[in-house]
Design a protein around this ligand. Structure first.
Ligand code: KDG
Ligand code: MG
Length: 402
């Protein structure tokens, strides 16, 4: 089954997406998400200029061999651009394999380990009261797990507080928005937020929070400790995670479960965290961490060390990534939770999909392959529009992690 054609489709139905489409001699096509928020065209070029010429003529069934060929063959390993490109190829080849064998991809990954996948939604608001109301809305929709973020008094554009209640879209056209940051003010508001949420909603709802890489290890430890009475499902990204050792200090001080990994792109970014059991959830996802093939290796290592998966699933991960993530989630034994931020109606129309949400649980569907497609004619009506994530500064003007 030779690959005869491949192309990159860049479109912006509500936000920018980069999609790889691979076609075989049998006329089967597979899709892979290659979206790297704010740096989209670099992956499009990596694929078009450097990867597609290597794909034509290859056997589409050799998924692992193609992965190794692109990873080891480039000499320059890892990095978000390279790994997003490899992820897209890997995802598209799994899609093709499923279609060729007339089976959903999860059946090729060992079959379903559960009936459906628990997801969490994003509740946010300018004030604690607004966030409480937003969490209540998710619970009314049947969700069992909700991430809660709220505005920080005295801080403009706090992370996680969006324009809509059911989705959060931080990338904007023009020059990057400059947001402000104060760790002191942030640490004053988060514990009262969760105290209130537990008081309002009782012990059963799973509550999550994302610190978005903004704290030092000792600050992360302080936050984790302060949140212990409200038993969070997880505290995400307390520190910038290039330095895996930072988690040793946090871990010594708190029993609040920790999650990290949305910006990781290989197992080499998280093996210390996993092997030393410094985290509880690994958030690597299909589009940025080497596709379904590499994510399964990360999950297998994690399974040995009591770490569960919790893949990133923000709006900048396309429905193609979402579909692939759900096949992965349904199949791996040590699945924990899946993030799901709703896409806009335009995005959903451009990417018709089989996956479905019911009462806070999702299923990828039973269509052959991934069960997601792209309407190319409609996609062409939404041309790419450059957009950047915000840049963050402390109150004195110093650049800080966004
Ligand atoms: O592109 C960046 C977003 O995907 C990220 O800011 C979202 O942190 C995020 C999350 O947990 O969804
Ligand atoms: Mg996050």
């Amino acid at each position: 089954m030779r690959i005869t054609d491949a192309k990159v489709i860049v479109c912006s139905p509500g936000r920018n997406f980069v999609t790889l489409k691979i076609v075989t001699e049998d006329g089967i096509h597979g899709l892979g998400d290659a979206t790297l928020n704010g740096r989209e065209l670099s992956v499009a070029s990596y694929l078009t200029d450097h990867v597609i010429p290597l794909l034509i003529g290859r056997d589409a069934r050799r998924i692992e061999d193609t992965w190794q060929y692109l990873y080891k063959g480039a000499y320059w390993r890892r990095g978000p651009v390279t790994m997003s490109a490899i992820s897209a190829v890997d995802t598209a080849l799994w899609d093709i394999r499923g279609k060729a064998l007339q089976t959903p991809v999860y059946q090729l990954l060992g079959g379903a380990s559960r009936e459906s996948v628990m997801i969490y939604g994003h509740a946010n608001g300018d004030t604690i009261d607004d966030t409480v109301a937003a969490v209540g809305e998710y619970l009314r929709l049947g969700y069992r797990a909700v991430r809660a973020q709220c505005g920080v008094p005295g801080v403009a554009h706090a992370y996680g507080v969006g324009r809509g209640r059911l989705f959060y879209e931080p990338a904007e056209p023009g020059q990057p928005l400059e947001t402000a940051w104060s760790t002191e003010r942030y640490l004053n508001i988060v514990p009262p937020l969760f105290e209130r949420l537990r008081h309002e909603f009782g012990p059963d709802v799973h509550l999550l929070h994302d610190a978005h890489h903004r704290l030092t290890p000792i600050e992360g430890a302080r936050l984790g400790k302060a949140l212990e009475p409200y038993h969070l499902f997880w505290l995400e990204d307390p520190v910038p995670a290039e330095l895996q050792e930072g988690f040793r200090l946090i871990r010594q001080h708190t029993t609040t479960p920790l999650a990290v990994g949305e910006v990781f792109d290989t197992i080499f970014d998280c093996h210390t965290l996993i092997e030393e059991q410094l985290i509880d959830y690994i958030r690597t996802t299909v589009v940025h961490a080497g596709g379904i093939s590499h994510l399964r290796k990360i999950a297998s290592l994690a399974e040995l060390h009591h770490v569960r998966t919790g893949s990133h699933g923000a709006t900048d991960l396309s429905p193609v990534c979402m579909a692939a993530a759900l096949h992965f989630d349904l199949s791996v034994h040590n699945f924990g939770i899946q993030e799901y931020m709703r896409h806009t109606a335009e995005t959903d129309r451009v990417f018709p999909h089989q996956y479905a949400l019911d009462q806070g649980q999702m299923h990828p569907g039973d269509a052959p392959g991934l069960g997601v497609d792209i309407d190319e004619a409609l996609a062409a009506t939404y041309p790419y529009s450059r957009a950047y994530l915000p840049v963050n500064r402390k109150e004195d003007g110093t650049i800080h992690s966004w």
